[in-house]
Design a protein around this ligand. Structure first.
Ligand SMILES: [Zn+2]
Length: 255
């Protein structure tokens, strides 16, 4: 079975000590393709030669994470525009709104989000959207600024999920979808058009059951897929195949 991890922070400090082993364990577990998320310039530059060596198995994303909003400068934005233009960068993200981290700077968050959507559109690259406690504002911006991409770690309801899918966005679930109290994830997965579903680990964060509390790794992706397949009541193999195909479509490799 092949698995797809659309969101892994492979170049953070937490993996610096055993990077090769983490990648090897992921490949052994069947994690066929990974989108590497980088959230600062130095990380992005380190990841570029890595994905360049193996562009089928690894994709790269860069963006100004909303959690960095208090540190944002014009120079950071200019640099971001330059990095995402690089052909080794597949997607612009993670970008979006995070009202848990910073609800004082909502307007600035919106401004930076919109700027990055427009950059992505001009480059014809997808966006990876992070939204926490900000789903309505996120939606309003995405409706007003049409683009394509995915909703990372989707926390919204069935109704909200339908609205994002209507705009053409993929819905992504990770470790949090395996938690017993995640009612929304179960309801959305039961109801949705599976052609819009993708998976992620968000490693080293958001570790799925049964490893909650430990460092997360991309090799844990099968536990997430298993939960989603169970919610939907279909075989894991079938769902894995659908998600692999969805990712190819997301990347523009198929129609
Ligand atoms: Zn992330």
């Amino acid at each position: 079975m092949n698995y797809i991890d659309t969101h892994v922070h492979l170049f953070v400090q937490a993996f610096a000590g055993d990077f090769d082993a983490v990648v090897e364990r992921a490949r052994k577990a069947g994690v066929e393709r990974m989108m590497i998320i980088t959230t600062d310039e130095e990380e992005a530059y380190r990841a570029m030669p890595f994905v360049e060596k193996d562009p089928y198995h690894f994709q790269l994303a860069y963006g100004i994470h909303p959690q960095r909003i208090s540190k944002v400068t014009d120079e950071m934005i200019r640099k971001c525009d330059e990095i995402v233009r690089d052909p080794r960068v597949t997607a612009v993200g993670e970008i979006g709104l995070d009202y848990i981290t910073d609800k004082e700077r909502k307007d600035l968050q919106k401004e930076v989000f919109i700027h990055q959507i427009e950059t992505a559109v001009s480059l014809n690259k997808p966006i990876l959207v992070h939204s926490r406690k900000a789903i309505q504002d996120t939606y309003d911006i995405m409706k007003a600024h049409p683009s394509r991409g995915l909703m990372h770690s989707f926390g919204g309801s069935v109704e909200m999920g339908r609205e994002f899918m209507k705009l053409g966005y993929y819905i992504v679930y990770g470790g949090a979808a395996t938690y017993l109290n995640n009612r929304h994830a179960k309801e959305v997965v039961r109801d949705m058009d599976l052609r819009y579903l993708l998976t992620e680990t968000d490693a080293p964060y958001v570790t799925p059951e049964p490893f909650r509390g430990e460092r997360n790794e991309p090799c844990n992706l099968p536990y997430i897929l298993r939960s989603l397949a169970a919610y939907r009541g279909i075989p894991e193999e079938e769902l894995a195949g659908i998600i692999e195909e969805n990712y190819r479509r997301f990347l523009g490799e198929t129609a």
